[in-house]
Design a protein. Structure first.
Length: 43
């Protein structure tokens, strides 16, 4: 592991956690719909 990358990622993760008060948004839009099942909806 590269020490610079490790430190940078740890800092960015900590900063994001502080900005969003421990509840950051989903990284991508697919994560928002993981718990939804669109195939079972009636037509």
């Amino acid at each position: 592991i590269d020490p610079y990358s490790f430190t940078r990622e740890a800092y960015l993760q900590s900063r994001k956690n502080k900005i969003y008060d421990g509840n950051p948004p989903a990284e991508n839009y697919d994560d928002l719909f993981d718990d939804l099942d669109f195939e079972d909806e009636p037509r």
